[in-house]
Design a protein. Structure first.
Length: 379
């Protein structure tokens, strides 16, 4: 089929048989045998898939310590099983390569499919219910109610553990090693160790009412990986030269165990010991909002309420680490050639600014300060 002989408004529509014949001709020209299933990726649901099930336990104590002032404490425990995990079953048992002093399991799966138990297929991903989570939280709270206003405050010390935080992820596996899921059970991606929240309303003179809401939260975990090999600043080495010195494959790719998975490998912290999932933390988030209002009444039926609201009144930037630009460790963690422990070599690792002092645009900024003026008429 010579497309040069067809006008653009009358290009041919190929049949299935014509498409198959073209693919066979291309494969024959390359000295290969045409296989319509070559590289096909399979996503399926395992026969053991179950709906998640949780066991919850809670206890609370509250006491009025003085007139209008109440203090309390609450403990919550939630244990959940049968959470969703995506597993790639089309991988063979890994080996430890001779001379690899990092002792990282190596799968040696090639782009052609060689090294897979079913080499004609790509990944065979099964959705199973082997995930679990465990949540514990201790919350202290205080409440005050007076004629001139009210105040509520809550502090929560919590720990949220799981082995997979992608409950609704359709097609991606997130573990580092398919045959060792122990490092996966760690802090959940939604874990926040510390949270403090307050809200207050004060009745001021001249009919004004002032309200404020504050939220202070510690950072959520981030999963640091090796998405590429980056030479340390000042080493005088190119990325390729550094990769030659710290990896056996001499590749700047982050697929250190060559599993062709959906997930980059994590840095090792000792020979044979992978860093755990979500073992680093993002930045804390702070926010304080304010509202000022005055009700102007006309008789018994009408009132006019002008309001002034300021969100993030102190302009906290709340920049969050995001993307492999700052979450790439830059090397295997353990030198595969020498066994030496390596610190992060990516100059942007967990940084807000690059070497030139400019903000790294791949990070996510928080909400800016916003001012809102309103007028409400009630009748």
């Amino acid at each position: 089929i010579n497309l040069n002989t067809f006008p653009l408004n009358a290009l041919p529509i190929l049949t299935v048989e014509q498409t198959r014949q073209i693919a066979q001709n291309v494969a024959a020209a390359r000295g290969l045998t045409f296989d319509p299933n070559q590289g096909l990726n399979v996503v399926a649901v395992g026969d053991q898939l179950r709906n998640p099930r949780s066991f919850q336990l809670g206890a609370a104590f509250e006491r009025e310590v003085m007139s209008g002032v109440t203090m309390g404490v609450t403990y919550d425990h939630v244990n959940t099983v049968h959470l969703n995990i995506n597993r790639d079953l089309n991988v063979g048992v890994p080996v430890i390569r001779a001379g690899d002093l990092s002792q990282r399991p190596f799968y040696n799966i090639q782009g052609t499919g060689a090294g897979r138990p079913l080499p004609n297929l790509g990944f065979v991903q099964i959705r199973e219910a082997s995930g679990r989570s465990n949540y514990d939280a201790l919350t202290f709270r205080g409440q005050m109610r007076k004629k001139w206003g009210q105040f509520d405050a809550f502090y929560t010390l919590a720990r949220n553990l799981d082995n997979d935080s992608t409950e609704r992820n359709a097609t991606f596996a997130t573990y580092d090693d398919s045959f060792n899921l122990v490092p996966e059970y760690n802090y959940s991606s939604s874990d926040r160790r510390h949270q403090f929240t307050y809200n207050t309303v004060l009745n001021l003179p001249l009919g004004f009412q002032w309200a404020s809401l504050g939220r202070f939260r510690s950072g959520v975990p981030v999963d640091v990986t090796v998405s590429s090999i980056i030479a340390p600043t000042g080493s005088g080495l190119s990325n390729q030269q550094f990769a030659n010195a710290v990896t056996l494959t001499n590749s700047t790719s982050g697929d250190l165990n060559l599993d062709r998975g959906n997930f980059a490998d994590r840095p090792y912290i000792a020979p044979g010991v992978s860093s755990k999932r979500n073992s680093f933390r993002n930045r804390a988030v702070y926010n304080i909002d304010m509202r000022l209002q005055r009700d102007i009444k006309w008789g018994e039926r009408y009132s006019l309420s002008p309001t002034l609201e300021v969100f993030n009144i102190f302009g906290f930037k709340n920049i969050q680490y995001a993307s492999t630009t700052v979450l790439n460790y830059g090397n295997p963690g353990i030198n595969e050639e020498t066994g030496a422990v390596l610190g992060p070599s990516n100059p942007n690792f967990l940084q807000l600014r690059n070497a030139a002092g400019d903000l790294i645009l791949n990070n996510l900024p928080g909400q800016p300060r916003q001012v809102q003026v309103g007028l409400r008429f009630k009748f």
